[in-house]
Design a protein around this ligand. Structure first.
Ligand code: 13P
Length: 256
């Protein structure tokens, strides 16, 4: 299978930005800027903060927008005494379709291990949603030539024991940590090469499913660099942080 059959996907990770009033405005402005053929060419997803999900979901559904809804995190248990956490079935019940799992900020700031990322990946799949599994190396690891080892280990851990059919439904985001929020993008060649490594790891684990998995690049994606990145054969879309907060910029990225 070649890239053309994998529909590009542009996901905006709003991180801890936009209160629920702002989130509603941004999704409305974004929808206003997009046309039917943008959605035909490309899947569009927004991932607001947890407390904005309900407001954004209501706007998406009442205005019949073709924008997908994603959460930035969830817990792997279904219910119980886990103060402050939200479960995958709770998100699914609210028509959330995607959940970002194992973002480097969760791993670095909140101590999420590969094991936790694997449990969350299973929980999201089990609730019928699509995990966006993140991986990526630090600058030190890149400079020490450990990129392949790092991302391969993260991907093997996240998908360990998951059936090939389920892996095929997943999305992966390769986000080199040194390129996140720094203005420094991996070159399109660097991104393409590492995504190629990720796809070959998935092929070892799940055979032909590797051709179905959409693998996104993330890290300082902007309207000015998206076309070059999307011109690479292995890159199926982008997980966009800063530039997705502005509906004009995110619309330009979607229309790459
Ligand atoms: P920036 O686009 O702000 O670099 O963030 C990337 C990211 O972490 C998306 O998940």
């Amino acid at each position: 299978m070649v890239k053309q059959v994998r529909k590009p996907l542009m996901a905006g990770n709003w991180k801890m930005h936009h209160n629920h009033f702002e989130a509603i405005q941004v999704v409305q402005k974004l929808a206003y800027r997009l046309e039917a053929d943008d959605y035909d060419r490309c899947d569009v997803v927004v991932c607001p903060t947890l407390i904005c999900l309900r407001s954004v979901q209501t706007v998406i559904e009442s205005d019949r927008m073709t924008i997908g809804l994603g959460a930035q995190n969830c817990y792997f248990e279904e219910k119980g005494a886990f103060t402050g956490e939200v479960s995958a079935p709770m998100l699914a019940k609210m028509n959330v379709q995607y959940v970002i799992v194992g973002h480097s900020e969760r791993r670095e700031i909140f101590g999420e291990t590969d094991e936790v990322v694997a449990k969350k990946t299973r929980a999201v799949l089990g609730a019928g949603m699509t995990p966006i599994v993140c991986c990526g190396e630090t600058l030190e690891e890149r400079e020490a030539d450990q990129t392949t080892e790092k991302v391969s280990g993260q991907i093997k851990a996240a998908f360990h024991g998951i059936k090939a059919d389920d892996i095929a439904q997943c999305i992966v985001a390769y986000e080199p940590i040194w390129a996140i929020g720094t203005g420094r993008t991996a070159t399109s060649q660097e991104a393409n090469d590492t995504i190629g490594v990720i796809r070959s790891v998935i092929r070892q684990m799940a055979g032909g499913a590797a051709d179905q998995v959409r693998i996104l690049y993330g890290g300082s994606v902007k309207p000015s660099n998206v076309s070059e990145l999307m011109g690479m054969p292995e890159i199926d879309g982008a997980l966009v942080g800063g530039a997705s907060l502005d509906p004009d910029d995110f619309a330009k990225i979607i229309k790459f």
